[in-house]
Ligand binder design. Sequence first.
Ligand code: GLC
Length: 536
Amino acid sequence: MTHSPTVVSAARPTAARWWQNGLIYQIYPLSFMDSNGDGSGDLRGIISRLDYCRWLGINAVWLSPIYPSPMIDFGYDIANFTDIHPLFGTLSDFDALISEARRLNLKILLDYVPNHSSDQHSWFLQSRSSRNNPHRDWYIWRDPAPGGGRSNNWLSAFGGSAWEWDENTGQYYLHSYLKEQPDLNWRNPAVQQAMLDVLRFWLDRGVSGFRVDSIAHLMKDTQFRDNPLNPDWDPATGPYFRYLPVHSRDHPDSANVIRQIRQVIDAYEDCVIIGEAYLSLERTVAYYAAGVHLPFNFALITSPWTAREVHRIITTYESRLGPDQWPNWVLGNHDRHRIATRVGRAQARGAAMLLLTLRGTPTLYYGDEIAMLDVPIPARLVKDPWELNVPCLGLGRDPERSPMQWDSTNHAGFSTAIPWLPVASDFNRFNVAVESQEADSVLTLYRRLIALRAEKTALHSGSYGEVLCEDHVLSYSRHSGSESFLIALNFSDEPRTFEHVGLRGSISLTTALDRASEPVTEKLLLRPDEGVIVEI
Ligand code: GLC
């Protein structure tokens, strides 16, 4: 294939803030490092591995929830928003984490879960104690429908109805997730006040921002109308999408809440809010206007892995972003199967190159940098409530939450005890200690990509230029001043030749970590699954 040298490059803002030109690393605290030999990761464990984060070249660490919780949803069911679960440590361990992170020039971001609490939170215990309790309206209670039964057809994201009957007070309460996760009533100013104070509590302790959980669920239809049937429902996606959640999710009033959250954040220096919502690109981008700095862009997780599809995603996304809206990209997280499992280890190298050369902030999920795979979980060991409620559709999230593989010792160096979830069977081969010694490991590739991205303005802040997508090859360019790079990624397991009229340059990096400085003139041979960065 031959292409003209014309590069379409929109004028876009350049990155100035740490959350724009830096890299975010997600730690799932239960699985990162266990310091006290109980089989679960903890804060002291994370502190002991912060130097690894620094060595890797990341700028900010986002921790999934570390708060007191009955752990029905592994921390996303919070019983106290302003304390630390004893499993993870204490507030003074948290303070130590902040100060060690500062010393290493790393930012700490927390998970903020505003949509719901645990049913064990004192607010909910009071709320359900009687209809007259002052906390009754802190949650969403409804009478039965006139003929009896639930007041509407809303479903829980984790299976079954979103309404749970409370015998004691004769009403239903809403839970967009598990029945142990009742939804807070954000239309109540007292809830707003209390939940905004939660942000201040952690900001005062030195965090640099939040990943806001389930941000699209914050507000619901005031009339509680039924959701319409989904004409395109695919049962393989799970029961939740049987109805289109138009009245229970992505409500325009959420923007008012987000604006308040943003106001709190803006009173602190250089802090960020990142929003989690699995919405279309168009709807995702709408959350910028409400004040989210980085509404997570999950398109690379939710779409098929082909050059054409990825090209479509990038062009759609780039075309929808307004001038002040900074892009971001995510390859994996604790809710979705790992990238190396989804696309295979060979393609996962190209995925790493894509993540770290696209325009926008990358978020990297712990363990993806060492090519960790999902760990199959035998039925008797399943922990994830989603898998327990909606089994056998492959929705379960335990496989991508397995312990970090640090070295080849027992339990991959994660713990001295049997870990809460099984360690991958190939941990002897794929771990930090082994891969950090290898010139061509995935870990070395990540480090080199991260270092190159940090060093080159074109890569961390430059404009994006569409080149083309054809024949399983995706290519694009990045520019800043006199710096220009062309990135070409072969999505197939066969060799491809990429031709580009007028192309002249030399190879900076390949996914195999070879061919350094090889000159490139018009024709670039790409080996199976290979990705190449050419300095032009
Ligand atoms: C988000 C979290 C997920 C959690 C859910 C309910 O989607 O990422 O892990 O189960 O919200 O809080």
